[in-house]
Design a protein around this ligand. Sequence first.
Ligand SMILES: [Zn+2]
Ligand SMILES: [Zn+2]
Length: 651
Amino acid sequence: MCALAWLAFTCGKARPGEGSSATDEAPDEPARDARRPGDPPTARRDTLDALRQAARAPRHPSDGGGRAWLEADSATPAQAGRSGRWAITYEVGPAGIAVGGFVRFTAPVFWNWSPAQASESAAPGYTVAECTAEGVTLEAREGPQGLEFVVRGRGLVAGERVELVYGAGDARALADRYAERESRFWIAVDGDGDGQARMLADPPGVDVLPGPAAVLSAVLPSTAEPDETVLLRLAFLDGTGSRGAAFVGDVTLLARPEGLELPEKVTFTSEDAGVKSVELRVKEKGVVRILARAEDAGGEFLAQANPLLVEPNAAPVRWGDFHGHSGLSDGTGTPEDFLAYARDVAGLDAVCLTDHDHWGMQALDEYPELWARIREASERFNQPGRFVTLLGYEWTNWVHGHRHVLYFGDEGGEVLSSIDERYETPAQLWDALRGQDALTFAHHSAGGPIATDWTFAPDPELEPVTEIVSVHGASEAPDAPQRIYSPLSGNFVRDALDKGYALGFIGSGDSHDGHPGLVHLVSPQMGGLAAVLTKDMTREGVRIALKERCCYATNGPRILLRAALDGQRMGSTLAPKAGKSLCYVRAIACAPIATIELVRAGKIVETLPGEEHWDVEAAFQPEDLVAGEYLYVRVVQQDGGAAWSSPFFVR
Ligand SMILES: [Zn+2]
Ligand SMILES: [Zn+2]
């Protein structure tokens, strides 16, 4: 069961402590048995086989018995990125542990906790275990999935205890770099000594507190009508973007245009815990830009909010992030905290937590209580008209590529696992989802941890959009800003459109740091958001917008993008036409604009300079629209921030 996380940990591209940022982790070099004839070049059948084998290994009733807890002086919260020492008591369950069986300790696997080790007492993560029961010794052994303390002498019986200390040496043990609740110390037990262990159902965990305030974030909605009241969300975050960083003092606000009714200052008290919303009444038509400033002993904080377009009957632009992970798979924190961050800090309008179906220490498809918890949280946070939460998961297929399953109905849906032979190809997944209120989308499709197998044509009913950018980089095209790593030639989204697939564009964070909607805040241009063009902020409204490709992608910044071809909105289908067409573009950016490009039938056909303007109107006049082709607009800021319209399709 936890072999899967260990694969990630030992072979991952972004091994905790070495990785650049929060990403799905993939095994490195393909093994010889990674592919079967007909498999895509990035297929990892060896990984899939290992996951299946681990999931199906027989377990003895004594495996996973007993319980464990943190000793009182160890249960105090840890500090992100700092060292600590934790004492854990394990009590043997009714079936005991035979000689040769073991108690396995694994430190939290993701995001920089020191791996537990028993070989170097001066190094971080040094872990010792002691059993006071007479006639029993414990022999430490570093196994592939953690530190195993093998029972020698005689077997352990119910109620006997093992005392573990993690970080027992002078260097102690380093905690997670991201703040989170419930970071778990994993304990597994092999009760019969056959080498197969089972995880304790409810392992102990600690909370990890954020570091000092280092970043101020300011978020506005993107569209409003004159005289509307909008929320400006201010948040002091630590150096990794975690919330809860302490700040007490005033934030001053500066706004363009002048004359906007603004409070002179916003006062943060300790009760605000660094997060506050301010109501603003916007009056006149125009583009509102707000600068927030604060200072404390540590220095100055400056935040520039995203632009807000105030216009009568403004066509709304809402922001969604439909792909991210919590501590229930390989991300950070609880599902509840993930959704609260999306709403209160990132100011998103729609969000979906998509933990992996089978990747992490306890997999969603093996522990139904985890899926139940996600389902319950997504029900509780959903506020039709204001904040939309969807139930979803990542179908983490190591042969055909990863896809997301989003459920829109209030009754939700099930985890159709990618390691289950019934749902192991995209076509089988779509067949199983047909008739349900669900949509899917592929991601990091050009490369990254695994590329999308485009030989399966996206289901026209179930897969209307694709994720072209995330924390992994852009899969749009080889010439995209911040192109994805390990790209597979001919496998970009533009290549998929060249095959005739009609896909709209979204971006997603693929956050593993617990910061949906704001991953790019601490790693600029390495994130993603979906602009959803709808007035109807309900699950059904979001579903229809995605279904009709009424959406566009950015790599993080909330760039306002309007694009119309001969009066038709982005994502629409137009008839062929001889002569000139008019493609109108308006971009209201978060930084000076470098270029506005028109992409047509696989190529950039025209590039207009942004001339350092932040707000640009432009027109392209493509000639002779031919059946089968597509066109879309790409706007790139000077700082690399970018937005991509969904394509127009000529049919
Ligand atoms: Zn993935
Ligand atoms: Zn993911």
